[in-house]
Design a protein around this ligand. Sequence first.
Ligand code: B3K
Ligand code: ZN
Length: 887
Amino acid sequence: MRTKNAKTIHLKDYRPPDYLIDEVELVINLQDESTHVTSRLHIRKNPASEAIKPELKLDGEALQLQNIELDDQPLGKEAYQVDERSLTVPNVPERFTLTTQVVIYPQQNTNLEGLYRSGGLYCTQCEAEGFRRITYYLDRPDVMARFSTTITASQTDYPVMLANGNCVDERELEDGRHQVSWKDPFPKPCYLFAMVAGNLQFQQDCYTTCSGREVDLRIYVEPENIDKCGHAMSSLKKAMAWDEAQYGREYDLDIYMIVAVNDFNMGAMENKGLNIFNSKYVLARADTATDSDYQGIEGVIAHEYFHNWTGNRITCRDWFQLSLKEGLTVFRDQEFSSDMGSRGVKRIEDVRLLRNHQFAEDAGPMAHPVRPDSYIEINNFYTVTVYEKGAEVVRMQANLLGPGLFRKATDLYFQRHDGEAVTTDDFVRCMEDASGRDLSQFRLWYSQSGTPVLEVEAEYKVQQSSYRLRFRQHCPDTPGQQNKKPFHIPLEIALLNSEGRELQLQLRNEAEPQGTRRLLELSEADQQFTIVGLDEKPVPSLLRGFSAPVKLRYPATDEELMFLMARDTDPFNRWDASQALAQRTLLNLVADYRAGKTLELAEGLVKAFETALSNETADKALLSEVLQLPGESTLGDQMEVVDVEAIHHVREWLRHALASRLRQRLLAVYQQNGSQSPYDIDPVSIARRRLRNLALDYLMQLHEPEIHKLCFEQFEKADNMTDVMAALSSLANTDCPERDLALAAFEKQWIGEPLVMDKWFAVQANSRLPGTLQRVRALMNHAAFSLRNPNKVRSLIGVFCSMNISAFHKIDGSGYAFLADQVITLDRLNPQIAARMMRIMSRWRRYDDQRQALMHAQFERVLSHSEISKDVYEIASKSLAEAADDQ
Ligand code: B3K
Ligand code: ZN
């Protein structure tokens, strides 16, 4: 049973390493069946070590040790011990070299960690603990060493061989083999090690840094994809310039390489000087990639680039500090994308992700703090909490300090900790030292899990011309955490008069108004602010820009929401008001439906939509966000017990009802925003396509043959993948003759493009038509599908189970059994991906008794399997653990 390794690791047990490694010399010999790795480590005792015995214990998994030498003297069998997870040398000097030779089998590596083959390509993924599958090492991020890497392989099969740093030697060997050596001058933890070998071509460009150094930029891809690298390259150059301008960060090596691979567990990896990417986040051409693919590429390229400073130059002391690099780097990439596109829309997208996924995680059995206290498998902690909530926690500090002091604080962070492995606490200390502020209470955001709820009461007193805002905060219990302390919450507010103008804000104890927008700081469980000098009752605009990751409960009337939707000066809050209004409407309809009443369309919402659609000058990007109804999972989160059928029925009903009431307007929007050739990815064109396709999707609810024709025409004529996919996904949800025609034509055209086929799988998996699960099962036998390719698993299985809510949660339990089947099969191939899939069902307690019993049984089934990985074990067992508080 693989779960015998399922041991919990605790932050409180952190100890500095007993030994340090200064230099690593690796020789990696790629052969047909196996790979031979020789490593020579220059080791010395850590002065900070607390150990008494002179014992060196290195991590190593799935390695066959061939030879071991200490200071160039072979060690006999009695001088060391090897087990499944480590190599121990009991008696070592204070300073020495250790040379080991191991054999590994990248061809058989399906878990895509360590060194593996993807197609004809060798590549690595070492974060978090993959390096121990390449050689014996101190596989922890606080051991930083200088790496030299020599790779040898067949010249014809692997003409390109890359590793971190700069290329220092290339030579031909005998028997058609060749050898390349790379040297990385910057000390780094081994999780940032990378190597690649294969038959690759590259697009090249060059960037001159702010100090005038030339950097060679290269994007390596398989030859057939060489025409799809342009967008990634221009994104990289924008990111480099932005980091210089915004943070004063200059790139530090002579070369920056990105390699695209098809089989990759996540989005991309920031290995020093040699990023390895899921091809999904590199390859784009107008006819193969959608607008959101283009935006995803820009964001991920920037994210990995920004890691060079926030992650690589300054890294994490231990994996509990993961958010030190991930939260900060996500915040940086969010700000970059805002500067490149529409700030308001970017904020909406980020908050939507946070609310839908992170709030759900925080309210379920896997809830954990931004800095977790414990884990069984660290790969399970690359979560929306560590990433997205972590970014919000950095954002709050940036807002509390203001732009000038925040820049001063990050400068201090880079200067103070360059070359070190540090903690989130070290980061906060830089914020404090640069600003003179005390952030001790603020630190609770790192250690307390759960989403705080903020109840607001407002009272206007005519006689005093005053307005009192009362805020009460509490945070629900989460696994292992009860009775939490109040958070330090930055809350941006403005007050609007009846014309939508921002009013001057003067608090009771202040001599004069301090402007119209305020960042109130809450620090107590119950707190009040009184604003004076107001001649009329204002409409409050609260939590502007979503200034803190909290659930705000303010009892706004429908009229207030409609007013804010039209007039709020904060674009985020205009959208938020629209969502609150739509959510209220939908939840009322759900209640009516459950009570057996006939459904009636609320006029308020129709009017609000109509006004929004008729506004000629509206920002189309924002309008598209406003017109989207909250998703089924968001609505489920608002209910005591999720009523899968009622939510699905009511939401579909409302979409249909809105479409038929607004038919003419929607058609006009569709026609007025006709596609323009050639395809352009500027924000204005993106917004136009988005709005037009949203109108089309509403119209498709009407089931009119004319509209089906219109949709099919768009599918056939569009010159870009955005419009093609919009049409195809509407058709995939519609029972009409054009549906099969479109799906077949698409398949025929794109069968040779794996990334495009992912889209074909995904639209079918997400179809609302009956029989989708059978279709998904059948598609698993399609020639283009493979369980070994994570993108395929996510597109077909992941989309069906996590997005097609009503089909997955069908009351016969077929969806749950399907998921468990896939987890069990996948776990043998790739535990990380299996665990990601298992997580989909972790909030099973939110459903009715019948569904709970069905999901419970599937968890039990997975857990009863003898060979289950610790990845899946952790998710399944924690999901079943007694609930602390699930909503
Ligand atoms: N740091 C990597 C994620 C590694 C995940 C390991 N299971 C990508 C990123 O966040 O940039
Ligand atoms: Zn990252």
